[in-house]
Design a protein around this ligand. Structure first.
Ligand SMILES: Nc1nc2c(c(=O)[nH]1)N[C@H]1C(S)=C(S)[C@@H](COP(=O)(O)O)O[C@H]1N2
Ligand SMILES: [Mo]
Length: 359
């Protein structure tokens, strides 16, 4: 084998570390795109460190920092407050990462880091108002109970939001998923939910909410989750979910390769499309690898932050085909043919391609 072939194989090979992350952080089986709400066990998971074990009786959420009144709230206190239930599509910023080359060594998502939960929680903004921000507050920092080491530094998982983001409708402290208490892996007892943003903003296992007087510069904000071209590039922050559509893989899979097989004739192509910025206005489908496109029918979403269902019919003829889909949102954003490369492998929203054998 020549050196170039060897190098390419090494580049594609999944390392033991990547496999270890992949088995902990499972993805969403794309056939579950058939369902409006993702059953809890089928929703993707992303857990940087270990899942904390929390005693709900002892747990308190502390709201402190640049506030007039420090609050300490039990789970019952939060559940007694006004609640909202909303269907929210959550996607990991690393979804699509392994389709980039070279790829970042991290959780090796292909395209399955997504799910739509029916989340119940209490709005964040009134709580922050109750604590009363002092004039020096510029951001609010959310700290999880989970700890680990990244970039050589032991830390809690932390992310901040601007005051304006904290005020946005739909931003809640969530304590229920699909009508039941949050499961341990999704942030029990309470997580932040920031609809429209990639998952990293929705801090799980909340411990503290702290109003701070300078922008947060911790690891998950200033180093990770930035679109960077190289190690020296400060980059730009990853925030809202980029527009994307995924196909529910048609027909049946080959066990090992997962190549799709369908019978010739009328095939209904189905899938879901979403964007963190604006409602979906169009989904197009191609059955010839993106050479020609035709419009799919797009259904209204269950809420401003939930995915849309789409359908299109295809008269499938025997042979090898590549079925693709691409979405456009009301802000005019559409999916690129190939994702824009970046160091962390974030927001890789290139069009979904599904090879299909028609018999
Ligand atoms: N405390 C804490 N919150 C966290 C994480 C984490 O590791 N620790 N992972 C984040 C990331 S990167 C994502 S994509 C979402 C995943 O949420 P889910 O596992 O409920 O789907 O949680 C976010 N919140
Ligand atoms: Mo993520």
């Amino acid at each position: 084998m020549d050196d170039a072939v060897t190098a390419e194989r090494e580049e594609l090979a999944i390392s033991a570390e990547e496999l270890q992350l992949a088995t902990r952080n499972h993805g969403f089986p794309l056939e579950a795109l058939a369902l409006d709400v993702t059953p809890v066990g089928l929703h993707y998971l992303l857990i940087h460190y270990d899942i904390p074990v929390v005693d709900p009786a002892a747990w308190r959420l502390r709201l402190d920092g640049c506030v007039e009144r420090v609050l300490s709230l039990s789970l019952d206190d939060l559940r007694a407050r006004p609640s909202v239930t909303q269907e929210v599509t959550l996607e990991c910023a690393g979804n699509g990462r392994t389709l980039l080359s070279p790829r970042a060594r991290s959780q090796p998502w292909i395209l399955e880091a997504v799910g739509t939960g029916s989340w119940t929680g209490t709005p964040l903004a009134p709580l922050v108002r109750e604590a009363g921000l002092t004039d020096d507050a510029v951001e609010v920092l959310f700290t999880g109970l989970d700890r680990g080491v990244e970039a050589g530094e032991e830390q809690a998982y932390q992310r901040s939001l601007t005051l304006a983001e904290c005020e946005r409708e739909g931003v809640v402290l969530a304590y229920a998923l699909n009508g039941g208490p949050l499961p341990p892996q999704h942030g029990y007892p309470v997580r932040l939910l920031v609809p429209g943003w990639y998952g990293m903003a929705s801090v799980k296992w909340l411990d503290r909410i702290t109003a701070i007087d300078a922008p947060f510069t911790g690891y998950q904000q200033a180093r990770a989750y930035r679109l960077r071209q190289d190690e020296d590039d400060p980059g730009t922050p990853v925030d809202r979910i980029a527009v994307r559509a995924l196909l529910q893989p048609p027909g049946v899979p080959d066990f090992f390769t997962r190549q799709r097989h369908v019978g010739a004739g009328t095939v209904v192509l189905r899938g879901r499309a979403w964007s963190g910025s604006a409602p979906i206005t169009a989904v197009e489908v191609s059955t010839d690898g993106g050479a020609t496109w035709f419009p799919a029918e797009v259904a209204p979403a269950a809420g401003p932050h939930a995915w849309h269902r789409f359908t299109a019919t295809w008269e499938a003829t025997p042979g090898e085909h590549e079925v693709c889909c691409r979405a456009t949102d009301a802000s005019g954003d559409t999916q690129p043919v190939d994702s824009a490369w970046n160091l962390g492998g974030y927001a890789a929203n290139g069009i979904h391609r599904v090879p299909v054998t028609v018999r």
